[in-house]
Write a protein that binds this ligand. Sequence first.
Ligand SMILES: NC(=O)c1ccc[n+]([C@@H]2O[C@H](COP(=O)([O-])OP(=O)(O)OC[C@H]3O[C@@H](n4cnc5c(N)ncnc54)[C@H](OP(=O)(O)O)[C@@H]3O)[C@@H](O)[C@H]2O)c1
Length: 244
Amino acid sequence: MTLSLEGTVALVTGASSGIGEATAVALAEEGAAVALAARRRDRLEALAARITGNGGKALVIEADVTDRQQELGRLDTLVNNAGVMLLGPLVGAPVEEWEQMVHLNLLGLLYCTHAALPHLLSAAEGQPREVADVVNVSSVAGRVARRNSGVYNATKFGVGAFSESLRQEVATRHVRVTIIEPGATATELASHNRREILEEMAANFGGIALMTAGDIANSVRYAVTQPRHVAVNEILIRPTEQER
Ligand SMILES: NC(=O)c1ccc[n+]([C@@H]2O[C@H](COP(=O)([O-])OP(=O)(O)OC[C@H]3O[C@@H](n4cnc5c(N)ncnc54)[C@H](OP(=O)(O)O)[C@@H]3O)[C@@H](O)[C@H]2O)c1
């Protein structure tokens, strides 16, 4: 049986944990060779060993995506997943947290997309799929703004706007653009917040069954394994019990 991503190459940013790690595994299971980008090399190497141990192909790229990216080789699928969520009131917020979110969630995604686009356009012109994919991991926070989430909301709303503009620009050249908008998912994401914010988050989301990184990876897999004439533009996915 031919796997749906056989003969293709995917790059996943933020592949050292959470949604990125699970997505890299899912794409490798579909036959893609995966380039794994993040800052923690040891975690990437452990993941690469897991993927190659299962018969897949993986390449470790130790990279901070807020530095402008170097050139890539062949590329069929770019998953812009690396992100950080630092919550809290705007009044008196540490501006460094805002800068970190804007640099990673927006500029990092823009730099990676800019570097990847020539390769994606050329992959979409030929075998094996005659189509290529950009998957941008946004959030429910890219659809609904909430108190204490202002700058995270701003970055994820920005991802949505950029993705739709890009989609219109490259649609006829067979590069598909998908926005994934997860709700609460059990990963390391929240752990980077200040202690008082963590307590408030526990009060908001404590007690509901969260999604797993694998649940989100499945939605990425669904989007990028569609036939050439089908583009899944947006997937909003929440835990069943998450109200807002
Ligand atoms: N978990 C949720 O509830 C949830 C909900 C909605 C959306 N999301 C989105 O999902 C995406 C993935 O987050 P996650 O939940 O899987 O969290 P996570 O486990 O904290 O993963 C974040 C990833 O980003 C990488 N990263 C951070 N800074 C980086 C940098 N400067 N350069 C390269 N990589 C960097 C981290 O790796 P290194 O530290 O090794 O660099 C890590 O692999 C984010 O965009 C997040 O906003 C998550």
